[in-house]
Design a protein around this ligand. Structure first.
Ligand SMILES: Nc1nc2c(ncn2[C@@H]2O[C@H](COP(=O)(O)OP(=O)(O)OP(=O)(O)O)[C@@H](O)[C@H]2O)c(=O)[nH]1
Ligand SMILES: [Mg+2]
Length: 451
């Protein structure tokens, strides 16, 4: 054990590090395909921009390139200490006093920095709703660390306020805030320590509420600070006590597991107690692996969605063009009919007034058409009002129908269609990249399992 530990750096060896690198690369490349597309292609465009283009008007949600792990537990359970150990940096204050009163996002970045609540909400867009909790903004922080330890580069860790009973006044409704945050995280680690208020009312209520929420499979329980209890039988007693308390509140109690862990001691001494700290890290790794697979699947699905949307848009456009042609034809027909009615009304009027005009000036009626019109006069004189009325009504009706039928929808121009075709080819190339990423990622996974 000691020998294998010596090969490892904070519980990780070179293969783990290589795998972490491959994972980070895949997650980053997936989000890049959404943001900038195939950067080595001229006119590169991200999948998101393509889907949101006015020709498609889709709304794709870009997958996140990191997972979020929330650590919940009673006061002094070692939540902040675990985060410090995981990233190999004393970023969070620890101690026996109630140290963490708010929510702190610990994330990796290029420069060490602390962000306040407002900036944190802007940094994590899913926190928009969270900011509405009364009193939360002033108790929300982001600590950016340059650490590259373990899988920190793919992980946002959330340190939460320690849960304690008694007169403790929280500046916001801590239970509701934790439950709300649970919706947005990928993994919830519940730490309960054998000497603190592991089974306090507040902690148990949070566990119960988390179990009622749809996030059951995100939750993993650990007994932390196992080395704080020296005697094995005392440790077993506390373990049973915590397990019994939890069993009443958790839904899948038959599959319940409470591994115990403690942080490696700074002086390197071994208390000789089994330590499941690797299991805590493995849960993080598992959540990352699942996220990689989920994001790869999402990328594939989104590419398919865009290709289907393009095909649908083109076929809808074809239908619209056919309907436009039909409507134009019908419209022209009815406009022609109304024009015919105008001509007939003019003829009718001419037949009515021409004979009287011929009496005044004979040469007006010398032309053959005029003679024909004059011949109609007896018929016209008898039915003038009726025929005139019919012609007028037909004229108005055909004009109205022509106007109503002339419904021309907006259709794609030739350049729009060309662009859609280009999008389709481009998205197919993105989908091909997904296959490559998938293979590359699983190759790195199998290499790590072969070791
Ligand atoms: N023996 C032992 N002590 C630990 C371990 N982890 C943390 N501690 C100590 O426990 C105390 C509380 O640790 P914190 O990390 O501040 O606990 P926390 O859960 O963040 O506490 P709050 O922020 O108050 O909720 C500190 O004095 C730590 O040094 C451990 O694995 N073993
Ligand atoms: Mg703390």
């Amino acid at each position: 054990m000691a020998a294998s530990n010596s090969k490892k750096k904070n519980g990780r060896n070179a293969v783990d590090e290589a795998l972490a690198g491959a994972t980070e690369k895949v997650l980053k490349q997936i989000t890049e395909l959404y943001d900038v597309g195939l950067s080595n292609t001229p006119g590169a465009m991200g999948l998101k921009a393509i889907s949101e283009s006015p020709l498609l008007k889709m709304n794709l949600r870009k997958p996140r390139k990191k997972i979020t792990v929330m650590i919940v537990g009673n006061h002094s359970a070692g939540k902040s200490s675990f985060i410090n150990w995981y990233i190999g940096e004393g970023i969070q204050k620890t101690g026996v006093a109630i140290e963490t009163r708010g929510f702190t996002f610990v994330t990796s970045g290029k420069k060490r920095e602390t962000l306040t609540g407002e900036a944190t909400i802007r940094f994590y867009d899913f926190l928009e709703d969270f900011g509405k909790f009364e009193g939360i903004v002033h108790n929300l922080f982001t600590e950016i660390s340059t650490s590259k330890e373990k899988n920190f580069i793919c992980t946002d860790l959330i340190d939460t306020p320690g849960l304690v009973d008694g007169d403790m006044q929280y500046p916001f409704n801590v239970q509701d805030a934790i439950i709300h945050m649970a919706e947005h995280v990928d993994l919830i680690l519940v730490f309960l320590d054998p000497i603190g208020q592991a089974t306090c009312k507040r902690t148990m209520e949070v566990v119960e509420k988390l179990n009622q929420s749809p996030h059951l499979e995100k939750i993993h329980y650990f007994m932390s600070k196992a080395d704080a209890v020296e005697k094995e039988h005392d440790r077993q007693r506390v373990l049973i006590q915590i397990t019994q308390n939890l069993a009443k509140r958790i839904r899948n109690s038959h599959a319940f597991n409470l591994p115990t862990f403690y942080l490696p001691r700074e002086d390197g001494s071994d208390p000789g107690i089994p330590n499941a700290i690797e299991e805590v890290c493995k849960e993080v790794d598992k959540a990352i692996n699942m996220t990689v697979q989920k994001n790869l699947r999402q990328l594939k699905d989104d590419c398919e969605k865009v290709i289907i949307a393009i095909a649908e848009a083109v076929s809808k456009d074809r239908e619209k063009k056919a309907a436009n042609a039909r409507n134009r034809f019908k419209g022209i027909l009815f406009y022609a009919l109304s024009l015919g009615m105008v001509i007939l009304m003019v003829l009718l009027l001419a037949a009515r007034i021409l004979p009287s005009l011929c009496l005044v000036s004979e040469h007006l009626c010398e032309a053959a058409p005029a003679k024909f019109v004059v011949k109609l006069e007896p018929v016209v004189a008898e039915h003038f009002k009726l025929v005139g009325g019919v012609l007028l009504v037909t004229f108005l009706a055909s004009l109205l129908i022509a106007k109503l039928t002339w419904q021309i929808s907006h259709v794609f121009t030739k350049s729009d269609l060309k662009k859609l075709e280009e999008y389709k080819m481009y998205v197919k190339k993105i989908a091909d990249q997904e296959k490559g990423l998938y293979e590359e990622y699983f190759k790195s996974l199998s290499n790590s399992e072969d070791r």
